[in-house]
Structure formats: structure tokens, C-alpha cells
Design a protein around this ligand. Structure first.
Ligand SMILES: Cc1cc2nc3c(=O)[nH]c(=O)nc-3n(C[C@H](O)[C@H](O)[C@H](O)COP(=O)(O)O)c2cc1C
Length: 256
């Protein structure tokens, strides 16, 4: 399904290029080495922000597939995943440091564990946000992160929204709801900010996810384990493939 094997094959081709260069002389080898190490300036970076608490369940799975897709496009793409639940940070503190006259900044200045992440996003070439849906919205952690990302973009002089740099954006949601029956407002009002400041995002949704590994163990009478399993068997591989394809597409787009 996912052409991970193609990715490995490509890496192997890179190694044999150097071996061949050894036979044809040093200038060719230097060229091959340059191709393999890649100038830092040739590298493109995709930042994946995981706003879910579970390391190995649905949201993380979708984001991993996205990363694999992006990496399959070539070694010039670096993919970095940040797990928000592992960082100690706050939402917008309303310190207004980003709006000081003559020193306005469209990157948050508040110093905590999120600051370097926001600085890295400002330099990135693509952005992916992933969250499970909690009570119809993204998780609190994701929302809190988005306040810090977007408030510095907002000008109170003219209500414009300006990010340091435009870039392709993908929004991933996973939820219990189905396409016909769901309560998700997704990224809500923040989607507007992302659209204006970065560009129209692509949305990828995994519906009717398998919420626990063993439905017998919990009070979950509203769900039929059998129906959940059937849905998972019919859709999960396809959902992962969609994430993988979106990753590959984003990487190819930013590589030009
Ligand atoms: C606190 C909480 C609230 C939830 N609220 C909703 C909801 O409003 N709508 C929905 O479709 N699913 C809801 N779910 C289900 C999760 O969105 C779904 O299982 C998701 O795929 C979990 O992602 P994860 O496996 O990455 O943790 C909720 C789950 C939790 C734990």
C-alpha cells in the first residue's frame, strides 16, 4: 500500500551513486557527496504539530503516515514532529509584547517551551496540524498552541493577519463521528486565521476511529465494537493512505 519500500530503494540508490563515483574519480564523487549531504539551503522543512495526547493511536498514526509520505518525496525534505502534550507551555498571555510600537513581531515573544517551536514554524516550508476532536473542537492543547501562533499575526491597526511566511497547511482531525453524523467544528475560528495568513488548508479527516484497543474493557455501550471494527477494516488503511499521499504532495509542492 504505502510505498515505504520505494523510499528505501531510493536511499539505496544514493549510496550506490557514491560507490560508482569512486570508480570515475574525485570530482564526480564530490558532486555525488554534495547531492547526498544537501546544502542546508536546499533543505525544506515540514513541521508537524501533534495536538493529541496518545502517542500511538489514531491522530499520531495519521501524522506518522503523513511524515512517511513527505519523506518519500526525497531527502531534501526534513520532517519534524512536535508533540504538544510533551511541552510545558501556556496560551496567549496577553502580554502584548508582539504589538509594542516600533517593535511589533509576528512571532510570539513569550518565553516558554513553545517559543522555539513557533520560531521554527516561522522558518518552515509546510505546516501540518493534527488533533482528535474533543467535545466538537480540537483539543485544548491545540487551541492553546494556535492562540500563540496566530495572535502575533493579527494587527490591531487594521485587523490584517500576516504570518512571517506563507506555506501550505494540512489540518488533520480524527473523531468518533461519521461523515453523516459528527459534531466537529474542526479548527473553528482558527481555520480562518490560518487561511488568511498562510493559505487555504487542506483538511484530512479520519472518521469513526477505533477509540480503544479493547471495547469489552470499558463502559462504551453506545458503540458496537463489531460495527467499529468493520469500519476500521474498511476505512483505516484508506485514511492512512490519504495522509501519506497528502504528505508526499506537500513535499513535492515545496520542493517545486
Ligand atoms: C475527552 C474526549 C472527548 C471526545 N469528544 C468527541 C466529540 O465531541 N466528537 C467525536 O466525534 N469524538 C469525540 N471523541 C473521540 C475522539 O475524537 C476519537 O476517539 C479520536 O480519534 C481519538 O484520537 P487519538 O486516538 O489520537 O487519541 C472524544 C474523545 C475524548 C477522549
Amino acid at each position: 500500500m504505502m510505498d515505504r519500500r520505494d523510499f528505501l530503494k531510493k536511499s539505496a540508490t544514493g549510496v550506490s551513486a557514491v560507490a560508482v563515483a569512486g570508480l570515475v574519480g574525485l570530482p564526480a564523487m564530490a558532486a555525488a557527496t554534495r547531492r547526498m549531504t544537501h546544502n542546508k539551503s536546499d533543505m525544506k522543512k515540514i513541521m508537524i504539530i501533534d495536538g493529541g495526547p496518545r502517542r500511538n493511536m489514531n491522530t499520531a498514526g495519521m501524522l506518522r503516515a503523513f511524515a512517511e509520505g513527505a519523506e518519500s518525496a526525497g531527502k531534501e525534505v526534513e520532517v519534524k514532529t512536535v508533540r504538544l502534550y510533551e511541552l510545558d507551555y501556556k496560551g496567549c498571555m496577553s502580554c502584548m509584547a508582539c504589538k509594542i510600537k516600533g517593535r511589533a513581531s509576528n512571532i510570539c515573544r513569550f518565553r516558554d517551551a513553545l517559543k522555539p517551536v513557533l520560531e521554527e514554524i516561522a522558518q518552515a516550508d509546510g505546516l501540518v496540524l493534527g488533533s482528535p476532536i474533543y467535545f466538537g473542537d480540537v483539543t485544548g492543547q491545540m487551541r492553546t498552541f494556535l492562540e500563540r501562533l496566530a495572535f502575533p499575526w493579527l494587527s490591531y491597526n487594521d485587523y490584517s493577519l500576516t504570518a512571517p511566511k506563507q506555506m501550505p497547511v494540512v489540518l488533520v482531525e480524527t473523531m468518533n463521528g461519521t461523515p453523516e453524523r459528527n459534531n466537529s467544528k474542526g479548527y473553528g475560528s482558527m481555520e480562518h486565521c490560518l487561511t488568511v495568513a498562510l493559505g487555504t488548508p487542506e483538511r484530512i479527516i479520519a472518521y469513526n476511529t477505533y477509540q480503544v484497543k479493547n471495547y469489552d474493557r470499558f463502559e462504551l455501550a453506545s458503540f458496537s465494537e463489531e460495527a467499529k471494527r468493520k469500519w476500521r477494516d474498511e476505512h483505516w488503511a484508506e485514511d492512512l493512505q490519504k495522509a501519506f499521499d497528502a504528505g508526499k504532495k506537500m513535499a513535492e509542492r515545496i520542493l517545486g
